[in-house]
Design a protein around this ligand. Structure first.
Ligand SMILES: [Zn+2]
Length: 84
C-alpha cells in the first residue's frame, strides 16, 4: 500500500490552482495562487525550485517557493484520520 501524496497535497493545499506529478517531495509556490508539483526525490524538487527561483513560476511570482517533505512532515495515519 502506497501513500497517496496527491491526495495529501490536496488536503493541505485545497486552494491550489493545480497539483502536478506524484511523490513525497512537494515543491509549493505560494505566488498568488498556490501551485504544487510533487517529486519522487528531494533532488528533483530542489532542482525544480532552483529553476523557478531564477526564472519565476508564473505571471505573479513573488519568489515564495518551498520544498515540503510529506513523508517526514505528516504521517499517513494523520491524513486518514482527517479524511474519515
Ligand atoms: Zn513564484
Amino acid at each position: 500500500m502506497t501513500t497517496d501524496y496527491r491526495k495529501m497535497a490536496k488536503a493541505f493545499f485545497p486552494d491550489a490552482a493545480w497539483i502536478h506529478g506524484d511523490g513525497r517531495y512537494a515543491l509549493v509556490a505560494f505566488c498568488r495562487h498556490a501551485t504544487v508539483s510533487l517529486h519522487e526525490t528531494e533532488e528533483s524538487a530542489q532542482e525544480q525550485k532552483k529553476i523557478i527561483d531564477e526564472t519565476g513560476c508564473g505571471g505573479f511570482c513573488v519568489n515564495a517557493h518551498k520544498v515540503i517533505d510529506f513523508g517526514k512532515a505528516y504521517s499517513h495515519d494523520y491524513l486518514q484520520s482527517r479524511e474519515e
